[in-house]
Design a protein around this ligand. Structure first.
Ligand SMILES: [Fe+2]
Length: 301
């Protein structure tokens, strides 16, 4: 490991994702009544939605087109935000410093990733105490955000070198899965022909919770795009549907968790490798779904 890598400041958690959406009220209703997040603050053009100790996990703003515009990452309390900003600048990347930008965040370093999504890096200055909701799916947390990208190698390198992500797995040379904590992936990047949101994923408790979620979605008129199944890469149980604004939501459970010291994922009965370590997977249907059903064309729209 180079000196630079060993001393680098790494983000350790995805904190929030922010979206622009044409119909703010409709998307807010989806996140509260269907996903089961808590509406914690509403300004004229922004809505904050939460599920855990974080003040917000999802931010919605009114915009012409549904898109993910920003992703927030938390660094540990012991880390130095000035040092982190210097680290970003050392790559020739322009940064901006924002004081009191959002509730519960006093100081934030903001910069763009190579595809133009804003990265918001901060220390959590205050924790919230909202209870888990009793209506809707009610996930544990925001798990990951996946993007279509035009240059997967470049964007992957950015997340690793600038933010301190680690490569968890690759599907051939076109789909990377990156972690910033024990969860197998927090950001994943699939090279297609464009730069845009692919899906936003929420972690559920287990298979029973996923079943309840699929029945609940169906009763409320949401059809699954793909799943339920079990991914090969990451080994999570998954089911995908489309939110009212057209963006795809994944609900998942049983995602691989990394033991960083030992360099392998916590062993599970469905693993084919023993132990299961980060690797390049062949472009094979089992990398997508161990249970065999491949994604619909609708998933790639
Ligand atoms: Fe996913």
């Amino acid at each position: 490991m180079s000196e630079r890598m060993s001393t680098m400041i790494r983000v350790s958690k995805i904190a929030h994702a922010a979206y622009e959406t044409p119909d703010l009220a409709q998307q807010t209703e989806y996140y509260t009544d269907i996903i089961g997040l808590t509406l914690v603050a509403q300004e004229k053009d922004a809505v904050y939605l939460a599920s855990t100790v974080d003040h917000h996990s999802i931010v919605l703003r009114k915009g012409a087109q549904a898109q993910c515009t920003r992703v927030g990452f938390q660094i540990p309390d012991a880390a130095d935000l000035d040092g982190f900003e210097k680290q970003v600048k050392s790559h020739g990347i322009a940064t901006e410093r924002r004081k009191d930008p959002e509730p519960s965040i006093k100081d934030m370093v903001v910069f763009a990733d190579p595809k133009g999504t804003a990265m918001e890096v901060f220390k959590r200055d205050a924790f919230s105490h909202q209870k888990f909701q009793s209506k809707g799916i009610v996930p544990y947390k925001l798990g990951h955000v996946a993007f279509h990208v035009t240059d997967v190698k470049r964007v992957t390198k950015f997340y690793c070198d600038v933010l301190g992500f680690r490569e968890s797995d690759w599907m051939a040379d076109f789909f990377s899965f990156l972690r910033c904590g024990p969860d197998h992936h927090t950001i994943n990047l699939m090279e297609t022909g464009s730069n845009r949101h692919f899906h936003t994923a929420f972690e559920l408790r287990d298979w029973a919770h996923l079943q309840t979620a699929c029945d609940f979605l169906s009763l409320r008129g949401y059809k699954l795009l793909w799943g339920p199944g079990r991914h090969g890469i990451g080994h999570n149980l998954f089911a995908y549907h489309r939110a009212p604004n057209g963006l795809i939501t994944e609900t998942f459970a049983e995602l691989d968790r990394m033991n960083e010291e030992l360099g392998y994922y916590e062993p599970r009965p469905w693993h084919r490798d023993n132990p299961q370590r980060p690797k390049v997977w062949a472009k094979d249907p089992s990398a997508s779904n161990l249970w065999g059903i491949l994604p619909s064309d609708e998933m790639m729209k």
